[in-house]
Design a protein around this ligand. Structure first.
Ligand SMILES: Cc1cc2nc3c(=O)[nH]c(=O)nc-3n(C[C@H](O)[C@H](O)[C@H](O)COP(=O)(O)OP(=O)(O)OC[C@H]3O[C@@H](n4cnc5c(N)ncnc54)[C@H](O)[C@@H]3O)c2cc1C
Length: 327
């Protein structure tokens, strides 16, 4: 009755959220006196299986096959469903990326299981059952979810748990398993990939985000935001108002209909703090708000508030931090 974790990879590179989830799985399994199994699907991904052992897996189920080279729902879900049926894990965890959420949803629907999505915390109750904490009502309330059926499944939001230390001396077993579907049974074909970003830090993965809202007043108003972000090694975020105005592309949008983020530091500049924006960032570890209006709702969730014109504060912060951080 072990804890299973799906390890996501793209082009042979593991997604770091998978290691965060695996580290948490290790803690849960230790608390239950049980084992952790990682599931690695892809082609030429044996190295990821070895890394999974270093990050806490006792066993790795490795399906290495040309049909699994790129993520496709049908062949991936087929392997996952077979593993669940054969091994009946107590708990199955997924990183809450778009692929992880899609796969978890498909597997849960096909097997009639529940899945708690976007979890921020996981623990075991006195009977050893999973209790998953997730935000509801656009992030205003955190609720605990318990499960009627097994495996108890949850997707986990990025940075909910710390990155574990890899231990290259750990030992474990890699078990090769076959793909379930043949190529001719898979309706979706991957014809190629197009790179969207140009080396900028993505809001979904950033430790620090500097966001701009309608208060930046135009596309050029994002320049001081970008400069502060560059000094901090941060990603640039935005409110929907700024995105809808065409000042910055949608991929930067934070909120209910944008990215849900949980960085160590979120700096909101000229953002009022509408509930739909807070839904995407209120669980950030430290929130700094810069806004001219002392009544702006963003100050209700901010750890530090600066009531001032962002065009004065942001360049001043950039200068000071440039010196302090010597960048
Ligand atoms: C279904 C739905 C989904 C939505 N999803 C999202 C979402 O995902 N993300 C999102 O962000 N919004 C979302 N919204 C929109 C949301 O309701 C707000 O309209 C939006 O967040 C407002 O953006 P804002 O804070 O940038 O703009 P405003 O609310 O106009 O606030 C601008 C702020 O800038 C301040 N300001 C102005 N000039 C300066 C200056 N020089 N210096 C400092 N401060 C200044 C003002 O005091 C003000 O507080 C959604 C709405 C709906 C209905």
């Amino acid at each position: 009755m072990s804890v299973f974790v799906w390890i996501e990879q793209f082009n042979g590179t593991p997604v770091s959220l998978s290691w965060e989830v695996l580290g948490k799985a290790r803690q849960l399994a230790d608390a239950r006196g049980t084992t952790v199994a990682a599931i690695v699907l892809g082609q030429g991904v044996e190295e990821i299986a070895r890394q999974a052992i270093g990050y806490g897996a006792d066993t790795v189920y490795l399906a290495d096959d040309a049909t699994l080279a790129s993520f496709r729902l049908d062949p991936y879900a087929a392997v996952l469903k077979r593993l669940i049926e054969e091994h009946q894990p107590a708990i199955l965890l997924w990183g809450g990326t778009s692929r992880g959420r899609e796969l978890a949803a498909a597997v849960s629907a096909d097997l009639g299981l529940g899945v708690a999505a976007e979890c921020l915390d996981l623990r075991l109750d006195d009977e050893g059952n999973l209790v998953a904490t997730r935000p509801i009502y656009t992030g205003n309330i955190l609720t605990d979810v318990v499960f009627r059926r097994r495996p108890q499944m949850a997707t986990v939001r990025a940075r909910a748990f710390p990155m574990p230390e890899a231990d290259a001396s750990r030992s474990g077993e890699v078990i090769a398993i076959p793909a379930v579907l043949r190529e001719e049974e898979i309706p979706v074909k991957v014809v190629g990939f197009e790179q969207a970003g140009t080396g900028e830090v993505s809001v979904a993965e950033a430790n620090i985000i500097v966001s701009g809202g309608r208060g930046v007043k135009g596309p050029e108003g994002f320049q001081p935001i970008r400069e502060l972000a560059a000094v901090l090694g941060a990603a640039v975020g935005a409110s929907r108002a700024a995105v809808d105005a065409g000042w910055i592309p949608y991929k930067h949008q934070v909120g209910q209909t944008g990215k849900q983020v949980r960085p160590d530091l979120y700096i909101a500049c000229g953002i009022s703090g509408a509930i739909q924006h807070l839904a995407g960032m209120r669980t950030s570890k430290v929130i700094v708000a810069i806004n001219k209006d002392p009544e702006a709702p963003i100050f209700q969730v901010a750890d530090y508030g600066i009531v001032e014109d962002l065009f004065k504060v942001v360049p001043a912060l950039t200068e000071v931090l440039k010196e302090r951080l010597a960048r």
